[in-house]
Design a protein around this ligand. Sequence first.
Ligand code: SAH
Ligand code: SF4
Ligand code: F3S
Length: 454
Amino acid sequence: MTHSSHRYHITTFGCQMNKADSERMAGVLEEMGFEWSEAPDDADVILYNTCTIRDNAEQKVYSYLGRQARRKHEQPNLTLIVAGCVAQQEGEALLRRVPELDLVMGPQHANRLRDLLEQVFNGNQIVATEPIHIVEDITKPRRDSNVSAWVNVIYGCNERCTYCVVPNVRGVEQSRTPEAIRAEMEELGRQGYREVTLLGQNIDAYGRDLPGATAEGRHKHTLTDLLYFVHDVPGVERIRFATSHPRYFTERLIRACAELPKVCEHFHIPFQSGDNEVLKAMSRGYTQEKYRRIIDTIRRYMPDASISADAIAGFPGETEAQFENTLKLVEDIGFDQLNTAAYSPRPGTPAALWENQLSEEVKRDRLQRLNHLVSVKAAERSLRYQGRIEEVLVEDQNPKDPNQVMGRTRGNRLTFFEGAIADLKGQTVPVKITEVRAFSLTGEQVQLAATCGN
Ligand code: SAH
Ligand code: SF4
Ligand code: F3S
């Protein structure tokens, strides 16, 4: 089979794991000789890397797919791939729903894209969703940024939060070895990347599945050990990690973050609900008191640390009073950012089968009230930056103003300031903050010598 133009397009939905997987799959396609096409309509291999965390995420995929499936009738050479979490959830059923598909592949199969595509080009329609041991990746990812990179450290999730589809679609925890992670970071450092975000759905579980647990049951390769192990990688100036789980978050980890200068003072620790009964129904394994203690400890070591989280409004059975406990937690802690969502029942999860579901109206109303409070609190948190000098790692031009560049503070606030991207990309620049908004800042560059010792 010939591919006249040899172009591919990937649209990525969902979380950072999917973004990281897409970058690796793009790397495979480029190694096979395909070239990136921004427009899906100009591509002859189209890959949708999908998300099913909530129903609206899943529905979005079907509307994109429908369009390309119709195109395939005029252009039979078009290769259509659905990867990621919807692929894993639906498997064969997806082929029945969209018979035009050539390949349905779950997230664990991302690194096998070349193999799978070769079978497709030999005339087969393929479904690859069986659980497998994830093979180390040998191709180079095609990364979206050349300043900041994702590095997977643990795949999958062994938790069983009663609302969540992730364990079903991402499989059991599989940690990469510290050596493989360090090698990838060293390569990134050589290529000029300045920031690395270590990724896992429950990154605190890192290492549990690696050989070498001690007699006391403690594992040898914790996330904390990993931070110490990769901290001195040359070229990498900033290290972040996500997502943290309150059940496993340790003071030892907090101390390491305070001690290691490259680890940024930003923590993403979803709490989901501020009510202990709801947390129990969610099977989260902690109380709101424990969550507050974690944040207190972080702030004791790093008073300025930024805290972000995820929360769900309208979990089955949530009463108005229980929802108010979530509002209270948000009020008390003052998050720098909070990702919120109305509860969405997901196939194959326990909570979806419960009879105490709330109406869409109640969920929507609670979500709105929560969002309102979140932006008020975030705006308050931003005030502390006013007049301060922050280190901004420049990533790109401001898409809305070519005279400005944009980057992030160590605390992960998006910051804009005047400057030329050609000179500043990948530089860490001291910026005096002159304007603050709930989720972003504006400032001006100040001269290094006058502000910092180095
Ligand atoms: N591993 C992370 C979260 C991964 S999913 C953790 O344990 O916190 C990202 C976020 O989506 C979750 O934090 C949760 O807030 C939200 N989410 C997951 N399932 C959901 C559902 N069924 N309905 C609404 N929001 C959901
Ligand atoms: Fe889902 Fe819970 Fe695992 Fe997070 S920890 S991915 S919410 S099951
Ligand atoms: Fe979505 Fe899968 Fe991530 S369901 S949130 S893309 S793990």
